[in-house]
Design a protein around this ligand. Structure first.
Ligand code: KG4
Ligand code: ZN
Length: 332
């Protein structure tokens, strides 16, 4: 069965065609990020207006790349939550109109579940049950996933999301938006032990907190007098400091994610961990999870990096999975 996925929960307008939840025929993503950069964050009104302007063209591209027309589509899956209300509404209305006009069934999909589904495009596929960690710009959550229709939330962030902390710290250091890739790049030449940062402890052991470390970094930035420098020597010295700050911050965030995810695996006696969401594209994070998990006898599953950040293939895949399970005895 061919599923058309539609994703508009934040700044990406994305459409994809996926066969039987595994073969990606096309995945087109058009991001409005360049229009938001000057505001150092997503402006909801700009995001939803750009979804309206681009969604028809993105659909045409996705169908053209897949080499097929809407007649071949058996199901439309669309992100229904969570996300920016105005942005979600554009995708939902567009999907509804298509479904009505072409007589194609429509399924709403949860964006966080879709992030976990992205790992199912790679081989080997995760087996159920597993612990799922979603680390994105809006969420940081740990789930116990018995099947996709039976998910239990084990913990989530009490304040900032993990990606949000990367974005805010990047902005403090003058590295621009989005922050994750910028911090990762600077951290590559930095020394993670140069500064001592830690994520705050939480009363519930599987919850997260990233606002304390963000504030600690702000104070350190002031203490180290990070700002515009005029002469060449000062600029070079400052670049080294910023690299060290980025590496130390990134390592502390990864430490908290690794520690809590492995704890969840232990508590739920589940030796499989699936990690999704934009922050999962971070190379250092992937390295650390692989090495720590190996030491603890846990199998780790990531998607390819292009499917960590928002895309519609993961929505189509998740839609197929839900549809298949609700029509178990019928051939699709
Ligand atoms: O999943 P996503 O594309 O959108 C949401 O659902 O929020 O995640 C976007 C977030 C942003 O905060 C961005 O800074 C972060 O993912 N991100 C990264 C990296 N690439 C994207 N964070 C750390 N390292 C990266 N390489
Ligand atoms: Zn996302």
């Amino acid at each position: 069965m061919l599923v058309l996925g539609i994703e508009t929960s934040c700044d990406e307008t994305a459409v994809s065609v996926v066969g039987n939840g595994e073969k990606i025929y096309s995945s087109v993503v058009s991001s409005s990020i360049n229009f938001h950069k000057r505001y150092k964050g997503i402006v909801p009104e700009i995001a939803s207006r750009l979804h309206i302007e681009t969604i028809s063209a993105v659909l045409s591209d996705a169908l053209a790349q897949a080499g097929l027309g809407l007649k071949r589509i058996g199901l439309i899956a669309v992100t229904s939550k969570p996300g920016l209300p105005g942005s979600l509404l554009v995708g939902l209305c567009f999907a509804r109109a298509l479904s009505f006009a072409k007589g194609i069934p429509l399924l709403p999909v949860d964006h966080l579940k879709a992030h976990l589904y992205a790992a199912f495009f790679s081989r080997p596929r995760p087996r159920f049950p597993f612990i799922g960690l979603v680390v994105s710009g809006g969420h940081t959550s740990l789930f116990y996933v018995k099947k996709f229709s039976q998910i239990k939330l084990l913990g989530s962030t009490q304040d900032d999301a993990c990606g949000e902390a990367f974005d805010k710290v990047s902005s403090m250091l003058g590295l621009g938006y989005p922050g994750g890739p910028a911090i990762e790049e600077m951290a590559r030449n930095g020394e993670a032990k140069a500064f001592s940062f830690n994520c705050s402890n939480t009363q519930e052991p599987l919850n997260f907190s990233f606002s304390g470390i963000k504030t600690a970094l702000l104070y350190k930035t002031r203490e180290e007098k990070i700002g515009a420098k005029k002469n060449r020597g000062a600029k070079i010295r400052q670049k080294i400091k910023v690299s060290n700050l980025c590496a130390s911050f990134q390592e502390a965030v990864i430490n908290a994610l690794v520690k809590k995810s492995l704890l969840a695996c232990r508590l739920k006696k589940t030796p499989r961990l699936v990690i999704g969401g934009g922050v999962a594209a971070n190379n250092r994070l992937r390295e650390r999870f692989f090495s720590e998990a190996r030491l603890n006898g846990i199998d780790i599953y990531f998607s390819r990096k292009e499917f960590c950040t928002d895309n519609a293939a993961m929505v189509a895949g998740m839609g197929y999975n839900l549809y298949k399970n609700s029509h178990k005895n019928k051939s699709l």
